[in-house]
Design a protein around this ligand. Structure first.
Ligand SMILES: [Zn+2]
Length: 247
């Protein structure tokens, strides 16, 4: 095989790893999304609970005011009871007082219900604070892990870039240019092996004469269908075929 071809294979290998590392780096912040969404959900639920508690407080205040009014009404009626002379009127007033007391008692029962609900709500809110703190702690940890992972991948990337520079230096510039041109159009694969006359980039037959020339290894050839730069590497292909059969 031409030495520039085997070096170009090295370039492609490094480029592939660089691409993988770059994609990995881009994906890392995604790992925080689920945790962040969970925290947001907890915060929204907590806000709803606090709002419910505020509503209960307002209803309790209203009920307390109503009860105070009723208490006053009952007092007034009792006062008037003293001044009533007629038996019928007296009985009617007693009835009215009983009705008012019943109304007041109903408010009182409701008030107790509000208190119960508020207690439950306060307990839920307290529990929720614990859950939010837990989730926040998990997120802090996840952020640290992701940051460490990012730093590691960035170091790897810097090393790879250095290596890439070195490997590219030994490939002739026109060939590199051709490689880059094909790579952009062929999903990052610009140089590929040929096995039994078939281009493994596009899985189509190359011309028989091309295959003979390729085996001679004297010139750089491109696939007539996908334009990828070709090399004949039977040993590489054999290993690949065994792997495919066993899988
Ligand atoms: Zn091809």
């Amino acid at each position: 095989m031409l030495t520039e071809l085997s070096r170009l294979i090295d370039v492609q290998e490094i480029d592939k790893v660089i691409q993988e590392v770059t994609q990995g780096l881009a994906r890392l912040p995604e790992e925080l999304k689920a945790g962040e969404a969970a925290l947001e959900e907890l915060k929204a639920a907590q806000a709803a609970r606090l709002q419910e508690l505020e509503d209960l407080k307002a209803r309790r205040r209203d009920t307390e005011l109503e009860m105070a009014d009723m208490e006053q009404g009952i007092k007034n009626s009792r006062q008037r009871l003293m001044e009533i002379k007629s038996n019928i009127e007296y009985k009617a007033m007693l009835k009215e007082i009983a009705f008012k007391e019943d109304q007041r008692d109903q408010r009182e029962t409701r008030l107790l219900e509000f208190m119960d609900l508020m207690e439950t709500q306060n307990r839920l809110i307290a529990e929720h604070i614990g859950q939010m703190e837990e989730q926040e702690a998990i997120l802090v940890q996840q952020r640290q892990e992701v940051a460490a992972q990012v730093a590691k991948l960035q170091r790897e990337l810097a090393e790879l870039e250095e290596k890439r520079k070195k490997v590219r230096k030994v490939v002739p510039a026109p060939l590199l240019k051709r490689y880059e041109f094909i790579r952009q159009r062929r999903n990052s694969s610009a140089i590929c092996p040929v096995h039994e006359g078939v281009c493994l980039g596009c899985h189509m037959n190359i011309l028989p004469q091309q295959f003979i020339d390729l085996q001679k290894g004297l010139e750089i050839l491109q696939c007539p269908h996908c334009q990828r730069i070709l090399y004949w590497a039977d040993e590489v292909v054999e290993a690949g075929a065994t792997k495919r059969q066993s899988s």
